[in-house]
Design a protein around this ligand. Structure first.
Ligand SMILES: Cc1ncc(COP(=O)(O)O)c(C=O)c1O
Length: 405
């Protein structure tokens, strides 16, 4: 319990946690089942190259996502790159800046210009009206991001893409297990891309997948992920090595069997945070539409410093000192990172909603690696800090840049 300011770790008190509590602590599922699968793949001596576990995982992901095809890959960044390449996208692609840097890099890496577009202040995803303003003769696609698993304005973006003859891709890295309008994320646009990185709701250590209803596109990406091979000694296109290994697929299959448990843990904690922070003025939580399916993997706070007194960054530093590694996904926005900040220096002027949001977001730990007691303790720290907001702000402002990065 923090009773006085001196009890806060940032001012010399003991940290609330001995071990760091992370955002995105990995879900593991049934370890015995995982080890069985690893033994099975070792016995089979089929470790990679479109093995039986990868094939099974692809089938299960496609079924869960309601898409015709799933192509499993070594990560979502490569999945985005291959999708863009296979769709023969060039010139400019309209993307949000409020996303992980990989969304933009997947384009710029291939000499395609990411045209950063603002988001709307409700969904925090691409604002279709702003997208329409940015379409030029060089635009070949729109890439929406289902930020924190909350779906894009899918209907309007689909309309815009169709009317302007543009490809539509969704970076669904956060959105496996989520739905929009009762339909699972995975079947929209030309293709959607999931990430199965260790921090994601379902993980394959590292991994990703393209899901699509387009037969030709899926076939093309399959060839591309394997150096362009269409059969033994037969290379039919440029390709790379983006294959998923069997051990990764074993992890994914095991995780899938525990998906309901992962969601139940996340949902319970989402509700708990909501309740325990409800009386904290100036701190609100980004909500999920409970009439849809959600994975509830991200607990996102919005900090209004005018009310809390303490700034978002001060609150983060204060939590880090307590061993709670709260994160600012995605500060400061891709447009303010390199190479984009240098290449397109004027971008921030057209991104007022993004610029405001990146100053306010703070993500908290949730999921199977933490406990309900941990959450109460985290909420207590936040509530205590806000109740002494001005004082903390003054004390921390007096110190020189303590922020840990
Ligand atoms: C929105 C978004 N897109 C793409 C990626 C890249 O995924 P990966 O790490 O699997 O390459 C991530 C996260 O890691 C992400 O959060």
């Amino acid at each position: 319990m923090k009773r006085t300011l001196k009890d806060l770790a940032i001012f010399g008190g003991p940290a609330a946690f001995d071990e760091i509590r992370h955002v995105g602590g990995p879900n593991v599922g049934d370890r015995t089942r995982l080890i069985e699968r690893i033994n099975e793949l070792l016995d089979r001596r089929w470790l990679t190259n479109d093995g039986p576990f990868v094939q099974e995982l692809e089938k299960r992901i496609a079924e869960t996502a309601g898409a015709k095809h799933c192509v499993a890959l070594c990560n979502a960044t490569l999945a985005l790159e291959l999708t863009v390449r296979a769709l023969e996208i060039s010139g400019e692609v309209i993307v949000p800046s409020m996303t992980f840097i990989a969304t933009a890099h997947a384009l710029q890496w291939q000499q395609i210009t990411p045209v950063f577009c603002d988001i709307d202040d409700e969904s925090f995803t691409l604002d279709p009206d702003r997208v329409a303003e940015l379409i030029t003769p060089r635009t070949s696609a729109i890439m929406g991001v289902h930020l924190w698993g909350r779906p894009c304005r899918i209907e309007k973006l689909t309309d815009l893409a169709r009317k302007n003859n543009l490809k539509l891709i969704f970076d669904a890295a956060h959105a496996f297990g989520c739905s929009w309008n009762g339909q699972m994320i995975g079947g929209f646009g030309d293709a959607e891309v999931f990430s199965f990185h260790a921090t994601k709701f379902l993980n394959t250590f590292e991994g990703g997948a393209v899901v699509t209803n387009n037969d030709e596109l899926a076939a093309k990406i399959r060839v591309m992920r394997n150096f362009g091979f269409a059969g033994y000694d037969n290379v039919i296109s440029l390709g790379t090595n983006a294959k998923m290994s069997e051990v990764s697929a074993a992890m994914g299959l095991t995780g899938l069997e525990s998906m309901d448990e992962f969601i139940a843990a996340n949902y319970g904690y989402y509700r708990q945070y909501g309740e325990e922070l409800s009386g904290v003025n100036g701190v609100s939580m980004v909500e999920y539409d409970e009439t849809e399916k959600n994975n509830y993997q991200y607990v996102v706070l919005l900090i209004d410093q005018e009310t809390t007194g303490v700034s978002r960054d001060q609150l983060m530093d204060l939590l880090w000192a307590e061993n709670v590694r709260a994160r600012r996904y995605f500060y400061p926005g891709c447009h303010r990172m390199q190479p984009y900040d240098s290449l397109y220096p004027e971008t921030s002027e057209r991104l007022p909603v993004t610029e405001d949001l990146v100053q306010r977001v703070l993500l908290l730990p949730t999921g199977t690696t933490i406990s309900s007691e941990d959450i109460s303790r985290i909420c207590h720290i936040i509530s205590f800090a806000v109740s002494h907001g001005e004082e903390i702000n003054q004390l921390m402002s007096a110190e020189i840049g303590t922020h840990a990065g």
